[in-house]
Design a protein around this ligand. Structure first.
Ligand code: NAP
Length: 495
């Protein structure tokens, strides 16, 4: 079972001891990063370790290996020797250390277990090269091997999963934001340790997730080799809120699934889907900007997704990938809980992917709607396809006054451009129904102005929660708790 380890990175002995106490509550073991302590003297080591009640690792990483130790190599090694003399449970020893010193420390280790470590702060090598590195390190017969690399591509993580599948006594994952998935899936692939930080701001490496977050959001302690993996694929997938809704439901429903963000570029999609197939991941969600591009890699596309021309959901059934669209369902239900769609005049602002799902619904409902978009040609094409009308963007004021329901499907107002609004305050209408599909933030300027002008509002989280119901059912075959989805979403909307 993977053990959760929190590195202690305080700069003074007093703060170090305070953090040891906090970290022990949240972890299985802790790593004492001696190199972080300013002007550390070796005679302080004994006092320091007396504060540990659980297993701990002594690490004194040199500067040229990504650490902070300012003393010379002789001083550094004497700290590790002292740790062995004091029978510390683990020491971390870098493979770059002089050959003779590694052999010497391994020979005299007695009760202490040696973690021989290798860090590549720039890249992740091929599986073949990683295996060569493992074998080279293993020739010293350490107790554990730690191989940590930097993920430049989401697909780098799969080299690490393969390595974990093939080798034993291994601690391995990728650093960096694109390496997040490997830090979470360490538990599925049997890494001996997963490193998490005590809290945000106390990371010892790029991409570390906090102990509380990895448990609260990803149910880390319940991940095992049977866990079915789902992911949200997007260029900024890390900002997606759907992980809160789905993982909360997996926990409550006792379903052994996990839903994690895959930060992926367009040119990496093909290989990622191939990896989903090889590693038998169950499927996922698709977000900006891949909803259309990804369709070419699926075996089947359901009829609705075909008509809409975009998928936001996919399922892997024994290597057959099917694409679906649940956005339309989300838009339809978010609207219908507030208003009828018949006998109303509806203005759709925007003509991108979200607008397509909405226009599908409006056409299905035989609604009277007009599309207005910055790029007129796109509005025209969409209107022709779904039996709507269209108008030039300079007609916005007139169209706002002509319609009863106004729906923003553009990304204007979305984080980080929170101060922007598709409708200027001076032309803002009164007493209309205003829907904003943007859900990050939930209180967009558009929604604030709508409230101020006595309009009925529909915020983006309603559509998001409704579309998630369909996704959940497609992946698991069961219905989620809708109330729990909404609650999980609202709790995390400001993150
Ligand atoms: P998209 O396909 O990239 O389309 C973006 C749309 O926004 C286009 O019509 C674009 O106009 C317009 N736009 C962008 N910047 C603009 C600006 N400065 N001024 C005027 N128009 C601008 O994106 P999408 O997938 O449709 O997503 C749009 C928004 O909907 C995002 O905020 C997304 O998070 C949200 N969304 C929410 C849900 C939900 O469940 N609540 C579901 C899906 C999407 P041009 O055609 O002229 O470029």
């Amino acid at each position: 079972m993977t053990r959760i380890c929190i590195p202690i990175v305080a700069e003074t002995i007093d703060n170090f001891i305070k953090d040891i106490k906090k970290a022990e509550i949240l972890s299985d073991l802790i790593e004492l990063r001696i190199d972080y302590i300013k002007d550390f003297k070796i005679d302080k080591l004994e006092k320091l370790i007396k504060n540990c009640t659980k297993d701990f690792i002594i690490t004194c990483r040199p500067k040229n290996n990504g650490g902070k130790f300012e003393g010379n190599e002789k001083e550094r090694i004497s700290i590790l020797e002292k740790a062995i003399d004091l029978e510390c449970p683990f020491i971390d020893l870098e493979i770059e250390t002089e050959n003779k010193t590694i052999l010497n420390l391994i020979n005299k280790k007695q009760k202490t277990k040696i973690i021989l470590s290798y860090h590549d702060f720039k890249k992740t090598n091929s599986l073949k090269k990683l295996k060569i590195k493992y074998d080279e390190m293993n020739s010293y017969f350490p107790d554990f091997l730690k191989i940590v690399t930097y993920a430049n591509s989401i697909n780098d993580n799969f080299n690490i999963f393969s390595l974990l599948n093939e080798k034993s006594n291994l601690i391995s994952f990728c650093m960096g934001i694109r390496g997040h998935i490997s830090r979470i899936l360490t538990a599925k692939y049997g890494s001996y340790i997963s490193y998490v930080c005590l809290e945000e701001g106390k990371e010892s490496a790029d991409g570390q997730i906090s102990a509380k977050y990895i448990e609260d959001v990803y149910n880390f302690s319940s991940i095992n080799k049977e866990t079915k993996v789902l992911g949200v694929l997007g260029s900024v997938a890390e900002n997606s809120k759907s992980k809160f809704m789905h993982n909360a439901n997996f926990k409550k429903k006792k379903l052994n699934f996990i839903y994690i963000p895959f930060k992926v570029r367009k040119e990496e999609l093909k290989e990622l889907i191939k990896n989903f197939k090889i590693f038998e991941f169950r499927g996922g969600a698709v977000t900006i900007p891949h909803k259309e591009d990804i369709m070419q890699y699926f075996n089947n596309i359901d009829n609705t997704a075909k008509i809409i021309g975009a998928t936001n959901t996919f399922v892997n059934d024994n290597s057959i990938f099917s694409g679906h669209n649940t956005d339309y369902y989300g838009a339809e239900h978010a609207l219908k809980e507030i208003t009828k769609l018949k006998d109303k005049k509806i203005l759709v602002i925007g003509a991108g992917g979200a607008a397509r799902s909405l226009c599908y619904v409006l056409n299905k409902e035989k609604s009277n709607f007009t599309i207005i978009n910055r790029t007129y040609e796109k509005a025209k094409l969409l209107a022709d396809e779904f039996n709507g009308s269209c108008s030039k963007f300079k007609e916005l004021k007139k169209e706002i006054n002509n319609n009863d329901i106004i729906i923003n499907t553009t990304s204007v107002g979305m984080n980080p451009n929170n101060n922007e609004c598709i409708i200027e305050e001076k032309i803002f209408p009164k007493n209309k129904i205003i829907m904003d599909m943007v859900y990050n933030p939930i209180e967009t300027v558009l929604i604030k102005l709508a409230n101020k002008n006595n309009c009925t509002i529909i915020t983006g989280d309603r559509m998001l929660a409704y579309q998630a119901i369909g996704q959940f059912k497609l992946w698991t075959g069961v219905d989620p708790y809708f109330d729990l989805m909404q609650k999980a979403l609202l709790e995390h909307l400001d993150e």
